[in-house]
Write a protein that binds this ligand. Structure first.
Ligand code: IDP
Ligand code: MG
Length: 148
């Protein structure tokens, strides 16, 4: 089953959105497979965002991610990578639809509350980076009520 990496950024934590965000993924029917509350080192954040290292906002982005604790999660389910991105909304919250997490809770692109993997390949890389110890193996007893 497909998995994605979701991270509640420091602003999401500070603003008390952890429960709300987890709830949206849970209510959709996705399964939580990994969860950590942690501070990240600068070099770790640089590694996570390595693809953006040439961007002018890179240093500011890394400063933002290391500015406080984050919630790192792995969610599992059919189509969870693409649907997770839809639940999150567009990168710039001013363009995110109402009903999405960024559309409902954010304004600035540099304070957009949450990260989600953008493809199955990047999800695999990000899960390996953030959860080198592996994830939790379990099966929700609701599975047959969510999948036909
Ligand atoms: P994504 O988070 O929607 O996948 P990316 O393009 O991968 O968007 O950018 C990663 C993160 O970098 C964004 O979520 C946002 O926090 C930040 N970011 C992207 N573009 C800008 C910008 O133009 N100014 C400031 N921060 C940006
Ligand atoms: Mg991205």
């Amino acid at each position: 089953m497909e998995q994605t990496f979701i991270m509640i950024k420091p602003d999401g934590v500070q603003r008390g959105l952890v429960g709300e965000i987890i709830s949206r993924f849970e209510k959709k029917g996705f399964s939580l497979k990994g969860l950590k509350f942690m501070n990240v080192e600068r070099t770790f954040a640089e590694c996570h965002y390595a693809d953006l290292s040439a961007k002018p906002f890179f240093t500011g982005l890394v400063d933002y991610i290391i500015s406080g604790p984050v919630v790192a999660m792995v969610w599992e389910g059919k189509g969870v990578v693409a649907t997770g991105r839809k639940i999150i909304g567009a990168t710039n919250p001013l363009a995110s639809e109402p009903g999405t997490i960024r559309g409902d809770f954010a304004i600035d692109i540099g304070r957009n509350v949450i990260h989600g993997s953008d493809a199955v390949e990047s999800a695999t890389k990000e899960i390996a980076l953030w959860f080198p110890e592996g994830t939790v193996s379990w099966q929700s007893s609701l599975k047959s009520w969510i999948y036909e």
